[in-house]
Each structure stands twice: as C-alpha cells, then as structure tokens.
Design a binder for this molecule. Structure first.
Ligand SMILES: [Zn+2]
Length: 266
C-alpha cells in the first residue's frame, strides 16, 4: 500500500534524507507517494525505540510515537529481549497475567446461544446492574426484587435464591433429570464442570443454565420497565423450547446413542 510519507511525517529533514532513491518529487516533481516497505525501511533505519517525534510532525504521527513510548513504559523495557522485534511477541508482553477461571468452558460453551453466554458471563462476575447496585450508585431509589417483591435484588438473589427463579430452576432440573442441589449460579456452573458425565450432557446443562439466566434477566427487565407479567409456567416452556431448538440446530458431530435417546426424551 503506498503512503504519502511527507504527509504522515511532515518532516523536511526526513524527506530530504530519503534522497533521490525514495523521493518521488525529486524525479517527477509531483506527489510524494512511497511504498509501505520503503516507508518501513526509513522508520527502522534509526533507533525506533528512542525516536522522538519532530515538533513539526503531524498530530497522528505524534500520537503514534506517544503510543510507542507508552508501550515501552508498560512492558518496562522488555522490548530489548525481542530480537528481532515482532508484533506478535510485543502483543504477548502486553497481555496481563490473568487469573484462570473455572467457569469459562460452561459459560462460553459451543452449544450456548452467544447472547445468553454474554449475560451469564456478566452475571457470574457479579457485574449485572442489579437494583442493589443501582441504589448504591444513586440511580435507583429502591432495591426490592421485582420478581418476588420480598427481598433485596442482588445478583445472588436473582440467580437463583429468588422464589420465582428457584421455581424455574427446579423445573429445569426436573426436565433435565439434573440432580444438583445447589441454587447458586457459580456453584451450578462448577458442578457441570466437575460432573462425571458425557461432554454432550454437560453442554446441554450449560446451554440450559445460560438460557435460564438470560430469560430471568429479560423478565426482570420487562417487569421493571414495562410492568409486564409472565407466569413461571410460560417461562419454563419458553426455556425448554429455546434449548431444544438451539441444541438441534448446533447438533455436534459425535453424540453417543445413549445421549441422543436422552435428549430426544426431553
Ligand atoms: Zn426475588
């Protein structure tokens, strides 16, 4: 891709340094279009890491150079260990050492509907803007759960201590013949991860749990903003239908006969 070098750098010194080999204007008396490879050659011909943007440099060239300085600051000079430097290795230096989580496979399972995974991902980290949080932030005047109207709406309450949520969860467990006793979202997800059952069954349980989380959050929102009331029977039927449809659409290549029969019996 050709670039107008002078336009990028606005640096006469650099332009002149390019000389006859690179300066098109010298030869043609017209535009200053340089090829990307030539441009890179000029940039790396001096020490890029200690390079300072010229005062007359364009705004975005200065910003690019500032980003380079920030990069050096973040990685505390480790760029010298990469010889020759390559972007992929630099990217890995920037990557923070994050703590491993136990819920990733279930929350982002292949059979999950992506938007259900997303809501569950936020919920499992207690980052959904539940009413207790909104009250603390001064956005809401009350923090009562809109589903049961009896307790504070916290993430733990909504998933699944609330009587409405617990009823839906119980129906889901009965439907899937799922014998976990816990009613905590994080424990249920951990339970699936540790369970000694086929991969397919685990995927179905994970897809159902994320669907339940999404449905409860959507119902809570419609009750809060639209004052709509959907009975739990209706919600449960909706969850069952959605899960069956999703799994059928994304049916894995290898499913044991026993698992097929179990799923068809649902
Ligand atoms: Zn409640």
């Amino acid at each position: 891709m050709p670039l107008c070098f002078n336009f990028v750098r606005r640096s006469c010194g650099y332009h002149c340094r390019g000389g006859a080999r690179l300066c098109c204007r010298g030869r043609t008396g017209s535009a200053l279009w340089w090829s990307m490879s030539e441009w890179n050659l000029v940039v790396v011909s001096e020490n890029w890491w200690s390079y300072k943007s010229p005062d007359q440099g364009s705004w975005y060239w200065s910003r690019l150079v500032t980003l380079k300085d920030q990069f050096i600051e973040i990685i505390a000079g480790q760029y010298t260990s990469i010889q020759p430097y390559c972007v992929a290795k630099g990217y890995h230096l920037l990557w923070p050492n994050l703590e491993k989580v136990t819920w990733s496979q279930q929350v982002w399972g292949r059979l999950n509907t992506p938007k259900y995974s997303f809501i569950t991902w936020i919920a499992i980290q207690n980052r959904l803007k539940t009413r207790d949080m909104l009250l603390q932030m001064g956005i809401s005047g009350e923090d009562q759960c809109v589903l049961c109207c009896q307790h504070r709406e916290t993430s733990c309450h909504l998933f699944f201590e609330c009587s409405v949520a617990a009823e839906c969860l119980k129906a889901l467990k009965d439907w899937l013949q799922w014998h976990a006793t816990t009613v905590s979202l994080s424990r249920l997800i951990r339970w699936i991860g540790r369970a000694k059952m086929s991969k397919f069954k685990k995927q179905v349980l994970a897809a159902s749990t994320t669907c339940l989380v999404h449905v409860l959050w959507r119902v809570r929102n419609s009750r809060l903003w639209e004052d709509s009331h959907e009975g739990t029977d209706c919600l449960i039927q909706k969850i069952k239908h959605t899960v069956k449809q999703r799994i059928t659409q994304c049916w894995p290549r290898k499913v044991k006969e026993r698992d097929k029969e179990w799923f068809q019996s649902l």
